[in-house]
Design a protein around this ligand. Structure first.
Ligand code: ADP
Length: 192
């Protein structure tokens, strides 16, 4: 089982490009954000608790997202591996992921980083707010909190994976979705 991480700040295009990668390489896309939104839609206890944090642009507890990841690894069959999107988001989650994978005889095989500037984050998120109807996309203060959370908690992962030689970044500030998809697929093709 291979594990690839689709990394990048909010609005970088992880959800937009995930499908092209998973189809080409027969991977299962696991977006912790999407799984959490499904819990909210289903009105579960977990969803009700997560919603408050998500609406404020803060992270939900590690145990919540890690439980979702472990259950995916233990139940999903018939794929070559997983494309993790939105996880890990902290060094602690990255360390926990290493342990989760080690227990199952797997490892992180590569990190695909879609990089955009803070200004592009603001533009992309406010642009998709109407289209997707996410509460956390509609409020500029929440967007700023997500940008701060990204820089303080998630960005340190770049060094974590660089030190292991697993980090591969492309600049997606410019370009159409089609052009950027081709860039993403050529990066993945080089991962072997
Ligand atoms: P975006 O890429 O726009 O930030 P996501 O769908 O990945 O959107 O995440 C939405 C929200 O879900 C986050 O702001 C956070 O509250 C929560 N979330 C998603 N993944 C994680 C995670 N790995 N750890 C903690 N919280 C998470």
């Amino acid at each position: 089982m291979k594990t690839f991480i689709l990394f990048g700040p909010p609005g970088a295009g992880k959800g937009t490009h995930a499908g092209a990668i998973t189809q080409k390489y027969n991977l299962r896309h696991i977006s912790t954000g999407e799984l959490l939104r499904a819990e909210i839609a289903a009105g579960t206890k977990l969803g009700i608790e997560a919603k408050k944090l998500m609406d404020a642009g803060s992270l939900v507890p590690d145990s919540v997202v890690e439980g979702m990841i472990e259950s995916a690894y233990d139940t999903v069959k018939g794929v070559e591996g997983f494309l993790l999107d939105g996880f890990p988001r902290t060094i602690r989650q990255a360390q926990d992921l290493d342990a989760i994978l080690q227990k199952r005889g797997a490892k992180v095989d590569g990190v695909i980083s879609l990089m955009i500037s803070d200004d592009t984050i603001r533009k992309r998120i406010s642009g998709r707010a109407l289209a997707e109807g996410r509460a956390d996309d509609a409020d500029p203060e929440v967007i700023e909190n997500r940008i701060r959370t990204y820089h303080s908690q998630t960005e340190p992962l770049i060094g974590y994976y660089k030190a292991q030689g697993k980090y591969h970044e492309i600049d997606l500030n410019e370009g159409s979705i089609e052009v950027n998809r081709a860039k993403v697929l050529s990066l993945v093709a080089g991962l072997g």
